[in-house]
Design a protein around this ligand. Structure first.
Ligand code: ZN
Length: 436
């Protein structure tokens, strides 16, 4: 068995400090949450009353309530809202190459309702691109009418992105003209007839959350979001495909994450699981900022997936007490490094789909990532030591390719310089050491 070396004091101190920073940052989200809740409420009202496009009238919000998972760590004011569209009974077909992640969705027979406008020409297949376009148009119309308290700022709809299942809105501060928060609105089709075969064997949470909890999670519907594979040269059919989404279940697992029900309910039952996830996401964001081109396929969903696997492997609450933050984080990190080096990270819900397979994550990038992680570990995680990097990452793998970067930003240059200095310093020390 691999023996873990003790964590150097200084590193332990840094990890704790970073943990505290992340905890603090969460607390100034209240105002943002209020703005987003208002937006959501008004948007639903608008869609329900819209006579021009009645298909969206039966829309409902998934995960209603004011709970939003922290999607992006360094920019906590990023929200997502999933809008459930109601459809008649559907037939799904998995796209062979993508092992249970992408599907085409069709209806049994030609329906009477408004959904007819969203079928692929001359067929029964529901067109992901048509739904996305209409959603975008509707939100543009809505935002013109939506009111926010005077003087606070205004909402802007971002341009459509080919591979994104979301319509993104940003809120600009009236005075400072800066982006204060952003919201991704994602339409989703509910799968009424249970989970697709490929997802039935995943979700191995028996030891962690218990068999009962697993059954309850499996009873929940899953959703399809309008998102096609990122690969080039897609066929016309593939261009209209949907991606299976478990984000509502992921949210629930992160929220109720204990082996025992009391976990994190009171101060004395606190654990460090969520903080570990945030640290890992933070590191991933930092890496993407530093190497935007080379690590383009990387996204925080890789970290989240690894996190779920790690929770299953270390289920007991007693292993995650706040005092063990550094130990837990290092274990999580090492598991991540191992997954990268072995090229194997099964999707948590669709285990046949390997998120690190060459079709999903090119080998060269994966190798580069392996080296970057090793470097981080050997240098004591310099990326965790820098407060407030500029964020540029999304949480869902379906969003991976919509990332925009500020290439050549000061932050990147700073990181590169820091790493270079550390390497040079190491080399000098080594040289001196060898000499003596
Ligand atoms: Zn807990």
């Amino acid at each position: 068995m691999r023996k873990d070396l003790p964590i150097p004091n200084e590193l332990d101190r840094w990890i704790r400090q970073r943990g505290r920073d992340l905890r603090l940052r969460q607390s100034d989200r209240k105002h943002a949450v209020k703005l987003v809740n208002n937006l959501r409420k008004d948007l639903i009202k608008f869609l329900k009353e819209n006579v021009e496009q009645p298909f969206f009238k039966d829309v409902s919000v998934l995960n209603s309530g004011s709970y939003y998972e922290l999607v992006k760590i360094n920019k906590p004011n990023e929200f997502d809202i999933m809008l459930k569209l109601s459809t008649p009974r559907i037939i799904w077909n998995s796209l062979e190459k993508y092992k249970g992640l992408f599907y085409t969705i069709s209806l049994h027979r030609l329906p009477r309702g408004e959904i007819r406008a969203f079928l692929v020409e001359g067929g029964l297949m529901i067109s992901a691109s048509k739904i996305m376009s209409e959603m975008h148009n509707l939100i543009k119309k809505f935002i013109k009418k939506h009111k926010v308290p005077p003087g606070e700022g205004h909402w802007v709809v971002c341009r459509k992105k080919v591979n994104s299942p979301a319509v993104t809105l940003v809120f600009l501060d009236e005075n400072k003209k800066v982006e204060v928060l952003s919201v991704d609105i994602v339409p989703a089709l509910e799968v009424p007839q249970g989970w697709p075969e490929a997802a039935r064997t995943g979700l191995g949470v028996d030891n962690w959350l218990g068999k009962n909890a697993r059954r309850k999670l499996l009873d929940q519907p899953v959703y399809f979001v309008p998102k096609r594979p990122k690969t080039r040269n897609l066929t016309n059919v593939e261009k209209e495909s949907w991606r299976i989404s478990f984000s509502h279940i992921e949210k629930e697992m992160i929220r109720f994450h204990g082996n025992k029900k009391v976990c994190c309910e009171k101060k004395e039952h606190e654990c460090c699981r969520k903080l570990c996830l945030r640290l890992l996401k933070c590191l991933i964001e930092g890496l993407k900022q530093t190497y935007p081109d080379k690590l383009d396929p990387l996204c925080s969903y890789h970290g989240k997936t690894l996190f779920f696997h790690n929770l299953c492997a270390r289920p007991e609450d007693s292993l995650w007490t706040p005092g063990q933050l550094s130990v837990c984080f290092i274990k999580l990190f090492k598991d991540f490094e191992h997954a990268v080096n072995s090229g194997s990270l099964p999707h948590f819900f669709v285990p046949d789909h390997n998120l690190f397979s060459p079709t999903s994550f090119p080998k060269r990038s994966l190798q580069f990532l392996g080296n970057a992680l090793q470097e981080q570990r050997e240098l004591g995680f310099p990326l965790l030591r820098i407060p407030d990097p500029i964020p540029a990452i999304c949480d869902n793998p379906e969003e991976c390719d919509t990332v925009t970067y500020e290439s050549g930003s000061l932050y990147q240059k700073f990181i590169k310089l820091t790493v270079a200095c550390a390497v040079m310093f190491g080399a000098i020390v080594c040289a001196l050491y060898v000499k003596t």
